[in-house]
Design a protein around this ligand. Structure first.
Ligand code: ADP
Ligand code: MG
Length: 678
């Protein structure tokens, strides 16, 4: 039976970290760098900052805790605010891209690693902070890796560290397990504080459904549902955690699970007679936070909880009471795709260490079981030992510009925990050169100084700045905002409803007056904004109202950044005479000339970036099936399945990019590489 606890404080006293409270506080006080490790769920993220606050470590400055994932930053801050009995945004707050929930009185601040990186740009010695906690370092996100290097560098020159600071800075690096010696060695042999875990055994079984030949198939999602139902009916009470890869897949799996679970007759079908129902809860990054709160609540008695989650539940968020894991074996990951020369979200097999981490989620409070739906052969042949750090598999363009703006010119010999391949660094330098953010000698240009202020992809930033210099930012800011939020168009999945939605979406595209997906985004933004009842308008047009609300807020914030930059005296000003549609598309061209494709034969396009990839217009585009009328196009991104698809497409004229295209080949990356090394 569950013990009734009086307050959150009591509850947290049962976490493993609690017994080490005094020693931990002392360890933080005793050295500049400290590595803290402990099993997921031991209380590192929620408790340590609270302890440091109680110990008076935020007397001089704030305690800042970084998270690689925005949902984690938000949920954890909510939890800690609750435990400390204050309103979120007061003593305890959070900041993530486009959402700042902090105030003057905030002393414990959870934020994404990207946010702290931006703060370093404005304040290189982080003079407002007395403690910086880099959390979930084992996830090896790009920004966290860069922060590690920057903080190491900040202290590498003892004469430099205190300048601009009136009190010491403490750096705590937290990691689930793994590589702690490497981390400590990287940080000058700093102490390691290991919180002893208490993990119960988890028995793992392999399945039959997914083998090496199924690596490209999406059949695993159905199999996962089948196994979840089996577990529900044949295993003893205890909650289930299912790992899938993304929002729409999870929603579909939940629907299917719900449908199948309806027909269970609890008098005959279940082994454990105490189990009387199933509560199905999705969990993914972009989900509304009030919905997320349910995940942590224990289910009503007799009800089995089944959480269907992305990898976020592997280490970032700990759900209590999980006894069964169902592991799909896949994850959605951002990878640099050398075939098309850009970063692409792909569904790939997880690593073996990731699979072990997932399984471990079942053994926190008692012995558990992990059902892997893939075969032993899949494990052996398709799953790598470890996950490759993000810094070694994604585009470094934005990060390299940030480093350059921080005065780190030698971006090749920057202290990386794991070095990215040199060609990735050179690729980033080349892109920055193409967008005029750096010059031929690798120095940041005035434009680059402006670009670094925008929390957007450099190409998009370039287009926005171009528009601003021409006085037509009202065309580009909404587009940038719309491209920054996920899932604008509702795709119901159900065939009849899908037809209805498609019809509405086509009408929206037609309304924009030109065959151009960027213009459609602009038109949706404007129509919704000017509507008397925007939420009803969205519902009527099969648009996610929540996404549009975010886009409105993002647009306002981008506008504020732009206004601030425009007040600087050397903000560029240009003129243009031509019609509005051309103006709009020409602005886009300045940011997207790296994504130009020309129709070769039939419906096939060929990219002009030197890769010469064969691409197709994605069916979601308003230009799909109109390919015959097209010649040159630009596109926002690509989706790789059996084919390479381009998405968010806009027709252009060759003349508009004629002068820009040579830039793609003009500079020899070895010229830039000499500069990179200085
Ligand atoms: P770690 O960082 O070591 O993995 P956490 O501090 O994240 O551990 O988690 C400690 C405990 O707090 C876990 O039992 C977790 O379930 C609980 N917890 C964390 N966030 C919430 C929340 N928003 N609501 C309820 N419980 C939570
Ligand atoms: Mg944690």
């Amino acid at each position: 039976t569950r013990l009734r606890l009086h307050s959150k404080e009591n509850e947290s006293e049962h976490l493993p970290i609690y017994q080490h409270k005094a020693k931990l506080i002392q360890a933080v006080k005793d050295s500049t760098f400290l590595v803290v490790t402990g099993e997921t769920g031991s209380g590192k993220t929620t408790q340590l900052p609270k302890y440091l606050h109680q110990a008076g470590l935020c007397k001089d400055g704030k305690i800042g805790i970084t998270q690689p994932r925005r949902v984690a930053a938000i949920t954890v801050a909510q939890r800690v605010a609750q435990e400390m009995e204050c309103n979120l945004g007061r003593e305890v707050g959070y900041q993530v891209r486009f959402d700042d929930c902090t105030s003057q009185s905030t002393v414990v601040k959870y934020m994404t690693d990207g946010c702290l990186l931006r703060e370093i740009l404005a304040d290189p010695v982080l003079s407002q902070y007395s403690v910086v906690v880099l959390d979930e370092v084992h996830e090896r996100s790009l920004n966290t890796d860069i922060l590690l290097g920057l903080l190491k560098k900040m202290f590498s020159n003892p004469a430099k560290a205190p300048r601009g600071r009136s009190f010491p800075l403490k750096v705590v690096v937290m990691s689930a397990t793994l590589e702690t010696d490497k981390l400590s060695a990287f940080l000058g042999g700093c102490p390691i504080f290991a919180i002893p875990g208490r993990a119960f055994p988890v028995s793992c079984t392999f399945g039959f459904a997914v083998g090496p030949k199924d690596i490209e198939s999406t059949g695993y999602a159905k199999e996962v549902v089948k196994v979840a139902l089996d577990v529900h009916t044949s295993e003893m009470a205890g909650d289930i955690l299912v790992f899938l890869t993304g929002q729409s897949e999870i929603e579909r799996a939940c629907d299917l699970l719900y449908e199948k679970a309806e027909s269970i007759d609890y008098r005959y079908d279940v082994q454990d007679q105490t189990v009387e129902g199933l509560l199905i809860l999705p969990l993914y990054g972009s989900m509304p936070t009030d919905q997320q709160r349910q995940i942590f609540q224990p289910p009503p008695s007799g009800i089995r909880k089944c959480v269907v989650a992305t990898n976020i539940a592997a280490t970032s968020l700990t759900i209590n009471g999980i006894k069964y894991i169902i592991d799909s074996g896949f994850v959605k990951q951002l990878n640099h795709n050398s075939r098309v020369g850009m970063d692409i979200l792909e569904v790939v097999p997880i690593s073996k260490s990731e699979a072990q981490q997932r399984a471990g989620r079942a053994g926190r409070t008692s012995a558990g079981k992990c059902f892997r739906i893939y075969t032993k052969e899949f494990w052996e042949k398709c799953m790598p030992e470890y996950t490759v750090p993000e810094i070694q598999r994604t585009s470094l363009t934005a990060v390299i510009l940030t480093l350059k703006c921080l005065g780190v010119h030698d971006v090749i010999r920057f202290p990386y925990l794991d070095c990215p391949e040199e060609r990735f660094i050179l690729e980033a330098l080349k892109q920055l050169y193409q967008f005029d953010a750096i010059d031929r000698r690798g120095r940041v240009t005035p434009l680059g100084e402006l670009m670094v202020e925008f929390p957007l992809h450099p190409g998009l930033t370039r287009a926005v700045l171009k528009a601003a210099s021409l006085g037509c930012q009202d065309l580009l800011l909404p587009v940038a905002a719309m491209l920054s939020v996920e899932n604008i168009f509702i795709r119901p999945g159900h065939p009849e409803k899908q037809k209805e939605a498609d019809k509405k979406h086509r009408a929206l595209a037609a309304k924009s007056g030109s065959m151009n997906d960027f213009a459609t985004l602009l038109s949706v933004f404007q129509s919704c904004k000017s509507s008397d009842r925007p939420s009803a308008w969205c519902k009527d047009n099969w648009i996610h109202w929540r996404a549009l609300k975010s886009a409105f807020s993002v647009e306002t914030q981008l506008r504020e950044i732009l206004l601030r930059l425009q007040q600087k005296k050397d903000f560029p000003v240009e003129t243009f005479d031509g019609n509005k549609s051309e103006l709009f598309r020409r602005c886009l061209c300045t940011g997207y000339f790296t994504n130009v494709a020309r129709r070769s034969v039939g419906k096939v396009f060929c990219t002009m970036d030197g890769h010469g990839s064969m691409v197709h217009v994605h069916p979601s585009s308003s230009l799909f099936d109109q390919e015959d009328e097209l010649n040159w196009v630009i596109f926002h991104d690509v989706l790789v399945t059996s084919r390479v698809y381009i998405r968010t497409v806009c027709p252009i004229r060759y003349e508009w990019v004629k002068d820009l295209l040579p830039k793609l080949h003009e500079v020899d990356i070895y010229e830039l590489s000499g500069v990179a090394r200085e």
